[in-house]
Design a binder for this molecule. Sequence first.
Ligand code: UGB
Length: 587
Amino acid sequence: ISFLLTAAILIVVLAKTLLGLNQSHLFEHWPEPGISDEEKLTFFDQIARLDASYPGGLSSYIKTARELLADSKAGKNPYDGFTPSVPSGEVLTFGDDFFIQYEDAGVHEARKAAFVLVAGGLGERLGYNGIKVALPLESTTGTCFLQHYIESILALQETSCRLSQGGPTEIPLVIMTSDDTHMRTLKLLESNAYFGMKSTQIRLLKQEKVACLDDNDARLAVDPQNKFRIQTKPHGHGDVHSLLYSSGILKEWLDAGRKWVVFFQDTNGLLFKGIAASLGVSSTKGYQVNSLAVPRKAKEAIGGIAKLTHQDGRTMVINVEYNQLDPLLRATGYPDGDVNSETGFSPFPGNINQLIIEVAPYFDELSKTGGAIKEFVNPKYKDATKTAFKSSTRLECMMQDYPKTLPPSARVGFTVMDTWLAYAPVKNNPEDAAKVPKGNPYHSATSGEMAIYKVNSLILRKAGVKVDNPVNRVFNGQEVEVWPRIVWQPKWGLTFSDVRSKIRGNCSITTKSTIVINGKNIYLEDLGLDGALVINGTDDGAEVKVGGSVQNKGWIFEEVDYKDTSAPEEVRIRGFRINKVEQLQKP
Ligand code: UGB
């Protein structure tokens, strides 16, 4: 009885809250008591969840929505009063002494870090039906993104703990999922024994969707399929902050002496090539927030990192999203807007949404805000009167907007790395990728895979291997450079120093070659490769030396049209499959 009473009281409170928020339309089509009572209870169940999962509850959500919708109707620019300028940050050159020093410092820090993968997005732009972290990052080994991320964290953990004494010995991983991705992410982990990580080391936090809004008065949108449901849509990756805070995980990390949280996105196969050095920058420079960035082509669909100075003197270093950078520049004395400078790139570094945040000040800030991030709304209006929407809208938030609430004294910096080293996301479907202006990156499954071969080729070159130049080929209408297919497990070489220590004598690799390195203690010694070579380490970790001349027909790319539905989706979206004609396997 007491349970029923509590439930009844809760329903009355929620109903009163809704009426007080001018949401009476939600009940307009309800039948009289006794009819559809179960559906009515489900309605309140959903309202209770929407209320509980938003910092400040539904009333706060609706209040903010009204303010933002009024600003949007009035055409108010969120950057009113701010002038952008190019900020200064740390620019890294792969393999030079500074880079190596930062990498060393970062590897020492790594065991004090925690990693957070935001993977709640379905990737509508990519048009792939599965979850993106299950996609292979390259088809030579077929390793999926999630496996690669986990193996990279484990490699970092192993090296960091070996080099430093005391403190945490496990690097935790949190994955933010959503209703769209949660079950499939869990299944992928469970059916692959968590890719070698302890199951207790990984935690999934599911973000909830937020209520859709029908008009400028923020009236909640009823689901067109079910009048007892509010229509909902994703709130954006910014939810990760409130989830880390409300779940108590952040406090746990603070209490355990963790120092850094590294945030990253779902499909960047190059991500870990620059993580150690960037962590080194954070610790050496004492950055509370360090955004990883790459040179950005004007109009590229990645945000620009800018220093914004307000008329009243306030300044902040922040990401300005790609659709807002051009209007902001035009309004503040740059009549051409978002254009390349004489370097061939936009003067504003491109945000790749990999953030390294220092735990202690982050926890202090979230204790004040609850993790609420400055939101925005993007309604599509029916006409110029801006009184009605084409379809319902909702509030959204982005994880990189976290520094917006920080005081100007906060140490917010950024680290720029070469694009070939740090950034090759898989976001665009083949048709859209083929339309990308010449010279701009495709951000497709095709270009994402080619980037893996390129980075590994360039790293080996820097380590002294003679790696031949790439050839150009066209897959799915995209012209790409095809470098030798060089892939290794993260435990073989996560840092440049690791890789360099595994190369001995004079090694060379021709363009048509493929080399797969599975294992840790594998050394290439006077190897001349012209074909395919697969090297497996031994179970006992004993040293494996591979050298001499290896020649065979190798593995070749065969084109697959993305419209060919007889091929699996992950093959079609990259436009080729690998025909493993001949290889040498060692040992
Ligand atoms: N994501 C979630 O986890 N939950 C959500 O509700 C939405 C997304 P997109 P976006 O690096 O190229 C970002 O859709 O938002 C996850 C930056 O804002 O791939 O258009 C999702 O699973 C932009 O500044 O990207 O653009 C994925 O892992 C620029 O850095 C991640 O959030 C751009 O990424 C990003 O979602 C980029």
